[in-house]
Design a protein around this ligand. Sequence first.
Ligand code: 26Y
Length: 813
Amino acid sequence: MKLTIAEFKQDYIAQIKSSTARQINETTALERYTALGEMVKEYIGNLWANTNSTYRTEQVKQIYYFSMEFLTGKFMENNLNYLGIYEIVKDGLRSLDIDIDDILEVEVDQGLGNGGLGRLAAGFLDAMSSISIPGHGCGIRYKNGLFEQRIIDGYQVEFPDRWLVNNNVWEYKRNNKAVIVKYNGHVETHMDGERLKFELVNYDAVRAVPYDTPILGFENNTVNTLRLWSAEEIDDIFDFENFSKGNYLSAFEKKHSVEIITQILYPNDAYDEGKLLRLKQEYFFVSAGIQSIFNTYKKMNVGINRFAEFVAIHINDTHPALAIPELMRILLDEEEMTWEEAWKITTQCISYTNHTIMAEALEKWPLYMLRDLLPRITMIIEEIERRFTEDLINVYHITDPNHLSAMHIIYDGMVRMAHLSIIGSHSINGVAKLHTEILKNKELKVFYDIYPERFNNKTNGIMHRHWLLNANPGLTKLIGDTIGDGFKKNPRVLRDLLKYRDDKSFLDDLFEIKHQNKENLAKYIKDKQGIVVDPYAIFDMQAKRIHEYKRQHLNILHVMHLYRQLKENPNLDIPPRVFVFAGKSAPSYYVAKQIIKLINTVGSVINNDKSIKDKLKVVFLPNYGVSLASHMIPAADVSEQISTASKEASGTGNMKFMMNGAVTLATLDGANVEIMNEVGESNIILFGLKVEEVYDYYQNGHYNAYEIYNNSPDLKAVIDELVNGYLPVPKDEFIPIADRLLRFNDEFFILKDFESYRLAQERIAEIYRDKYQWSKMSLANIACSGAFSADYTIERYATSIWNVQKKLLDFKL
Ligand code: 26Y
């Protein structure tokens, strides 16, 4: 947009006065931030209104991306960049004696997600807007985001994330768009002429109120909507009669029991959280979202039978799978369609992404629970199941009872949401090539056999503008000065950087930028953790949720091994190294929390040992989230992507690190395989078991962790240190970890992969000695990272799943 510094200053001073009733020099950073937010919101508001009215009047197909999680992080810097006014605002503020960074600091992360799946959803919204796809998000406005992690005495301790205390300047509450969601009750049937009608009676009603956040596209006038639902008591009043009688607490009971639905985000990312409240949440936003899609659709007046031409609904994993029976319910009970018509529309509208093959993360609900909470929805699921089984027998000629039971939706008293999602949609995609192959040939093979045309791959992508423009301005400037700014809209252009592979002065610049980022992070680590790290050391990072399959303990066991080597020979000639860890554990995941304690314990021993001459440091940075990632990733030399092959569906952190010039230390898992294909084998460090080998071990049962332990003195020594009193903790502290590795035979092959990991780390140390060789690898990673932009991923969803056209908007602000 067009804005001069003078116009900005005038607007801003007026805004400060009207929103704070104070002189600018008397205001706090928060007031300055809020005032700027209000202003930016007004700029965006014009574009938003224009986008919506164009979509409506020109009757364009809309995409609705349903997700239980949206990890959007902060908005201000991005919105300023996307409007093209960041520099103007920065300069305008400076002339008012205000540092823009102090304002940006104040914003809190909108952390409504656990990890990869939630961040992916946020990135997809950004990409849909930025490549002009009419696509919106639908989710839950949790009052508390993912818990705040603090480390106390080496342990993770959880604190509530009250992100709304200072209000959220970006959202609009839309009372007039509220809808009712119905739970419990029972279904009554009666004949209405020829038609059997179903009616839910004696239900509990909850008001779902939407809060809309504008999602701005990059310099293209498009503003789509993220609609998050909040639960309110139907009249939003407490029981006044009860209150007047002096029953103060019980007067608020009903209100609380309703509001609790949107109070918390379940802090779990790999174990099925089978709780009634979670089920209520899932139905809550799905029902509200679908009702509101109908309300919008009806305004177009094109007839309900054309619904699938204008609406696509995407479900991000199975958490919103109740969209299938909910859509059926509305089409059958309210729109009075036949089952066949309704089913056709439903399957044409719905598409589903699978993000995991881990059995324990596949959602299942007890049938009795579902029936109690959602009687009509359960009837519909049972009818879907009945017809599906009929098809299996009559159309696909499957009669073997074992084969049939592998495919049922309802089995053993449980409702399998993945099966419902596959049966009720026209597209099922995995999130990396390898993952999709595993789905087709292993985990979901029975479904692939009957519906091969439904399965497809859509490799994940990241918000490249965030991870470069916002997170790494130094690198962004160097790239822009070297190859121009085309990469902002078309990140594949980054490949032009490959021309500078042998240009020493360019490699020097690249090294210098990385070094500056490392200096900045070193300062951050000193300020926050009191640990001094050498910015000339190799910065080796593992930042992601803590989980045994992601194998942070493989990393820390290797650090323990390096430390032993240095203790034996303090003059050992190795480049200094800093191992940085960050990530949250699910609060109920005991072993993962012990891994955090182990990292911190090892860190406290190593960081305080003068004898090793600062050659090794271990840092655990608390409270990993979008903001911390944005500080860390630009400073990384090595990106640890070391999951047990087959377990990580894709990974997206791997892409962010790569884009910022880190070299990946990887197993051939998830999208690491595609990263290798982009950069070439000489620019990635590989190690470890391959998927087939992992599956072989699982199948033939020949893996023996004890055997490896007994035959590898180096490895045995560090595992023994977990339990022999060497570490400054009670002797039994780390027994659970040691037990998982030995007594329970090391499900994730830490022992098996240790030697190969150790050798890979040796290679890294060797290569790093040669600054130019290292910087060349780093350059290759940056140059080849463009392929992993979410813009391209969304392009592929749009053409091959959603069948939606771009809508370019021409509008002058
Ligand atoms: C059922 C419930 C407890 C549950 C809640 C959240 C189950 C799973 C999740 C979240 C899973 C998740 O974040 N998966 C990650 O998705 C990323 C985006 O596709 C992948 O890159 C990553 O490999 C995968 O672990």
